[in-house]
Design a protein around this ligand. Structure first.
Ligand code: MRU
Length: 361
């Protein structure tokens, strides 16, 4: 029986107080845990994508701020450490959200009481993330059940990695897949490789394969053709920031999949926790898009025959490239948002309906 309780991207040990993350830059070839023991190590892990994926970035930052307050709980350090963590990556709003959660918890406390309160809050956010992703999976499972026909494999396409590696457990886009697999639904995942950093091939395929879920990696450019051939029942992706009008920002290439899905009458779902919604952001046009190093486009990382890491240049010397890490899919191309609160239309009305369900609304 499938069980993913042992799968976690960030582990916290209550006895020793240590935080460890999987260094995702080494996957799928090496599974290495890294102990985060300084604010610099937390910032490095986020900036250099040892941890990545919007929810995981947020939870890592929460533990990072708690760590910084244990070293120095002053007002000045609270501000400086928050700013250092916030500057690591610009697009995933969960980063800001998580830091605000910690700051709201500790700001009014005397400095001596801050470290413990911050750590307790980080631990709580971690547990909530697991529960929320599990709920996203249950709601997404209901959608998958509607698409299931006579025991035929259900073909789900995904992009980038929005599995448990991108959260703490379960994932967002992959959570319904894991729930379907656990429920005995014959599910198969088309994993688009996700150039330039290949999070689909390196991370999604690795975690699905590890759990025994049938999956096939395809070049990003194959996805439209697979849809035209009738080989895709639905697309499910995650999000780094969703605007209050339902526009969805996610890994570069998401928009093209949404266009192809619309042209082929295929449902295009976005799975996300409420912490990924930027309620103050009126539309996707206002979302900051991370520009990454052009070298990521011009080269490719892998291992040689002996398992040694290597980086291969792909382009002629002097070739220029641009590397936007995310794109925005307009709300009208999104068939619906799968959240821990249920399924909502990607529209101002759908999001208002969801907002009314939030605690304290
Ligand atoms: O650049 P990354 O790897 O951090 O981008 C991650 C994504 O785009 C994910 O799809 C998104 O964060 C959702 S994760 C549940």
């Amino acid at each position: 029986m499938f069980n993913n309780d042992d799968l976690s991207s960030l582990r916290w040990d209550a006895v020793s107080g240590t935080v460890e993350i999987i260094d995702q830059t080494l996957l799928p070839h090496t599974l290495r845990w890294v102990h985060l023991d300084s604010l610099e190590a937390y910032c490095h892990a986020i900036r250099h994508m040892q941890v990545r994926g919007a929810p995981l970035i947020g939870i890592t930052a929460a533990f990072g701020l708690a760590h910084a307050l244990a070293v120095n709980p002053s007002d000045q350090n609270l501000i400086a450490a928050s700013e250092a963590l916030l500057s690591t990556r610009p697009t995933a709003v969960n980063l800001r959200w998580a830091l605000e959660q910690i700051r709201a918890e500790v700001s009014s406390l005397l400095p001596w009481a801050r470290a413990e309160a911050a750590l307790n809050k980080a631990v709580e956010l971690r547990a909530e993330d697991i529960a929320n992703c599990s709920r996203i999976g249950e709601h997404g499972l209901s959608l998958l059940r509607e698409l299931e026909t006579d025991g035929k494999p259900l073909n789900v396409m995904t992009h980038c990695n929005a599995g448990w590696l991108a959260t703490i457990q379960w994932g967002t886009a992959l959570s319904p897949v894991y729930k379907a697999f656990a429920a005995g639904i014959p599910v198969h995942v088309w994993v688009s490789e996700t150039r330039p950093r290949n999070q689909g091939m390196n991370l999604s395929a690795w975690e699905l394969h590890r759990s025994g879920v049938p999956c096939t990696v395809v070049a990003d450019n194959s996805c439209g053709q697979l849809m035209r051939q009738g080989l895709v029942d639905c697309v499910i992706v995650g999000s780094d920031r969703t605007a209050a009008n339902g526009d969805v920002c996610n890994k570069i290439g998401t928009y093209l999949k949404a266009l192809a899905a619309r042209d082929n009458g295929i449902p295009f779902y976005v799975a996300l926790p409420e912490s990924t919604i930027d309620w103050d952001c009126a539309s996707g046009a206002k979302i900051p898009i991370e520009e990454r190093d052009a070298l990521e486009v011009l080269s490719i990382a892998g291992v040689d025959a002996s398992g040694q890491g290597l980086e291969v240049n792909l382009a002629a010397e002097g070739t220029s490239a641009v590397n936007p890490a995310f794109d925005v899919t307009p709300a009208e191309l999104v068939s619906g948002l799968v959240t821990e609160y249920g399924f909502f239309a990607a529209s101002p009305e759908g999001l208002s309906e969801m907002r009314a369900l939030l605690p304290g609304a």
